[in-house]
Design a protein around this ligand. Structure first.
Ligand code: 4AD
Ligand code: MG
Length: 482
């Protein structure tokens, strides 16, 4: 007899005719019931919802029920029926159950109860099997897809920028070195320095902190491009917002000024949030309920004022506030927390805004996403367009509630002379930047771009509180398991 083809659980749950045989395969979430009848909740990752399998000892092979525990993988054939119990519409009355892989209940770490996110981080190889993480990673996929769709619809070209680079795009010196030299006994030059000429690439190389510089080269010919790749930063920030390896989306556009750049960033973020609401509602509802449960045990003051889905809708319904860094500093200096000395970092013109300041602006003062432009030149990267005041650059940061900075970008310095002067002033070696400078020598044009931190977007869309829970295998200081 021909074997019944497997149907994914997401499709079984949509079926509206009953009485016929179906085959599902997946993992056991829970098993309950009596000695003779078991109700098995099965999930195959295609949806947040489980399918209920009813297994009767009389109708199935005798010993099989005893081998079924949380975590085991099963293949089930049975009749699809309308469910008698509450909580689900359909169930499968099993006629054949095969245990594909057992999971010993004394050893399997995931029990059918709520585990803490911290615990699950240590079990990252298995946490995909929880409802929370399967929801997060389905949404992560949807967001990656939506990003490509957004830019493709607009005619942007996806550029694969290199991961191994010889330059420090952000000039912050927070790079991981790439080398094949023997660390115990590296070849030395005459003056006792490491001789990188003998290294694999014949020069010092690192993992990239950004695809922007290469992206600019492409934009200055293809017009509008974007990169979407992994980036690496060796900054020792052990926070809920920082990873050592994260993914960044970096559009770069010829003939865009800072205002065009802000328009694109706002349009893109709204597109992505709308895509999530339109395509991931089941997963979002699950995550929203999860958060509401968590909120119940929090003190009143720490509770968020909006449930997740309302918060996402709020982004679509409101224009982002746009103001300059200088104006923002004024607002902050006149704020209650500043006057009462409540900010950990005092505010004055010239400081790099801290997360507490960004979040005050977004969450307390404007209660909307905020785009800040025209930051002090001394706290920003060398490539940003210098304003005529001699003090500020055409930088642009997008600040989001609960997150702080979600996007950083700028209009780029297109003048060869000004860019060259800035590179010299900052002590950046011209041998590393000659190719970047040449684009300003030959057919330069005004252009702009920005970087969206993919995991910061994921934090916002899923409502998760820790960036390590929105990337499958987080890389952070002292963390590179799995
Ligand atoms: O502001 P950043 O450093 O800007 C750049 O790298 C530019 N080259 C982007 C551009 O103009 N093309 O980083 C951009 C974004 C931040 O706003 C933040 O969302 C995210 O990347 N980000 C991080 N995300 C997770 N972990 C980290 N350590 C991050 N550092 C930056
Ligand atoms: Mg930044």
């Amino acid at each position: 007899m021909e074997q019944l083809r497997r149907t994914k659980i997401i499709d079984v749950l949509k079926l509206e005719s009953f009485g016929h045989q179906v085959c599902v395969k997946g993992w056991v979430r829970t098993k309950r019931g009596s000695k003779n009848v078991a109700f098995i909740a099965m999930n195959d990752g295609s949806t947040i919802h489980n399918i209920q399998v009813v297994a009767d000892r009389e109708k199935t092979e005798d010993s099989i029920l005893d081998r079924i525990h949380t975590g085991a993988s099963l293949s089930v054939v049975g009749e699809l029926t309308q469910s008698q119990g509450s909580g689900q519409n359909v169930e499968i009355i099993a006629t054949e159950i095969e245990v594909i892989g057992e999971a010993n209940p004394d050893e399997y770490p995931l029990q059918p109860k709520k585990h803490s996110l911290e615990f699950l981080r240590e079990k990252a190889h298995l946490r995909f099997r929880t409802s929370t993480f399967s929801a997060v990673f389905r949404i992560r996929h949807a967001m990656a897809f939506a990003i490509h769709e957004f830019f493709n619809n607009k005619g942007f070209v996806n550029i694969h920028s290199p991961i191994v680079t010889g330059s420090d795009a952000e000039g912050a010196g927070e790079m991981f070195q790439v080398t094949t030299l023997d660390m115990k006994n590296p070849p030395l030059t005459e003056d006792g320095k490491i001789d990188y000429k003998q290294d694999f690439f014949g020069k010092e190389t690192n993992l990239t902190v950004s695809g922007q510089l290469e992206g600019e080269l492409a934009a200055l010919a293809l017009g509008e491009i974007y990169t979407f790749g992994p980036t690496f930063r060796a900054e020792n920030s052990n926070t809920t917002r920082h990873l050592a390896e994260f993914w960044m989306i970096e559009p770069e556009m010829a003939f865009y000024d800072i205002h065009d750049n802000m328009d694109l960033a706002e349009e893109m973020l709204k597109y992505l949030v709308k895509y999530a609401l339109d395509n991931c509602l089941d997963d979002l509802k699950f995550l929203e309920n999860r958060l509401l449960e968590e909120e119940k045990v929090k003190p009143e003051a720490e509770r968020s004022d909006m449930p997740l889905i309302e918060k996402l809708q709020f982004i679509l319904d409101n224009e982002f506030i746009r103001l300059t860094y200088t104006e923002a500093v004024e607002v902050l200096r006149n704020s209650k927390p500043a006057k009462k000395g409540k900010f950990q970092y005092p505010v004055e013109w010239g400081i790099d805004l801290q997360s507490e300041h960004e979040r005050y602006l977004v969450e307390k003062h404007y209660k909307k996403p905020v785009i800040l432009i025209d930051y002090p030149r001394d706290i920003k990267a060398f490539y940003m367009k210098q304003n005529d005041d001699g003090k500020t650059v055409r930088a642009m940061d997008v600040l989001f509630p609960g997150i702080g900075e979600i996007i950083g970008g700028s209009q780029r310095e297109e003048s060869y002379e000004k860019l060259k002067a800035r590179i010299d002033e900052m002590g950046i070696a011209e041998k590393d930047m000659w190719w970047f400078l040449e684009t300003r020598k030959f057919g330069t044009v005004p252009h702009s771009g920005y970087g969206l931190g993919f995991e910061r977007l994921m934090l916002f869309v899923t409502g998760m509180g820790n960036i390590r829970d929105v990337i499958p295998f987080p890389r952070a200081p002292k963390t590179a398991e799995f």
